[in-house]
Design a binder for this molecule. Structure first.
Ligand SMILES: Nc1nc2c(ncn2[C@@H]2O[C@H](COP(=O)(O)OP(=O)(O)OP(=O)(O)O)[C@@H](O)[C@H]2O)c(=O)[nH]1
Ligand SMILES: [Mg+2]
Length: 225
């Protein structure tokens, strides 16, 4: 089956803008012969430096769109710039990230990364519009940084998975500990990941799509039953 997405099969910069302007539909469909191609919208949220841009960059099969600005000295304070020694965080997202991944033939995901900084929080609303599901990236060294993203998706009833991005110097918490600390609704998945690793990032996205499928089906059945 051809691996076209709903936005066409050629990868060029126009794709970013076209996709960004089509944020209102969480499911895109196009018929290719007898096959149906699905494109789903997933939002990636979480606190500053949790690894949102890193995750989108590592899984995207197109050149990801990042809108980044250099962090000022004060913004890149030690607690924000220390990501385990070798890597120091020097940039922050100021608008959005965008990437795309084909999960398997017939299903691709459009990934929209939010900016973590509070001053850009007004963008979360629009970036979340029409999302099928979300990933909240968490850093256990500062778990409280992802509270706002958890609240955001809960309030909008967007199913989400919490992905704990494991930094080398982060305290070792179990998925259960994290779910309790975040006071998650029962059933909300918590997965451990390495945002720099493509396979690990892809696994997070698969779990997210599976969970969203279960949640949307349950809601649909509840609505008709
Ligand atoms: N050691 C380690 N470093 C990581 C990991 N994931 C990301 N990083 C680094 O941590 C930083 C994360 O930065 P970003 O991906 O820009 O974080 P972000 O969530 O997009 O941050 P904002 O856009 O500022 O909200 C980068 O310097 C990455 O190289 C990880 O799993 N381990
Ligand atoms: Mg970012």
């Amino acid at each position: 089956m051809p691996s076209e997405s709903v936005y066409g099969d050629s990868v060029h910069d126009d794709e970013h803008s076209r996709a960004a302007h089509r944020t209102s539909a969480n499911v895109g469909r196009t018929m290719i012969g007898e096959d149906i191609e699905l494109t789903l919208k997933i939002v990636v949220g979480g606190g500053v430096g949790a690894g949102k841009s890193t995750l989108i960059g590592s899984v995207s099969e197109i050149r990801p769109l990042h809108s980044e600005e250099t962090l000022s000295e004060s913004e890149a304070g030690p607690e924000r710039s220390d990501t385990g020694g070798a890597e120091r965080k020097t940039t922050t997202t100021v608008a959005m990230d965008f990437g795309r991944i084909t999960v398997h033939s017939g299903l691709s995901l459009h990934l929209f990364g939010t900016p973590g900084q509070e001053r850009f929080r007004f963008l979360w609303e629009e970036l979340s519009e029409g999302a099928l599901a979300a990933v909240v990236l968490a850093d256990t060294r500062r778990l409280e940084d992802c509270f706002a993203a958890v609240d955001h998706f809960e309030r909008r009833r967007i199913p989400f998975v919490v992905a704990v991005n494991r930094f080398p110097d982060a305290p070792d918490h179990t998925e259960h500990d994290v779910a309790q600390a975040l006071d998650l609704d029962g059933g909300t998945p918590v997965v451990l990941c390495d945002a720099r690793d493509r396979a690990s990032g892809k696994e997070v996205l698969i779990r997210t799509v599976e969970y969203a499928g279960r949640m949307h089906t349950a809601r649909l059945l509840a609505a008709v039953g």
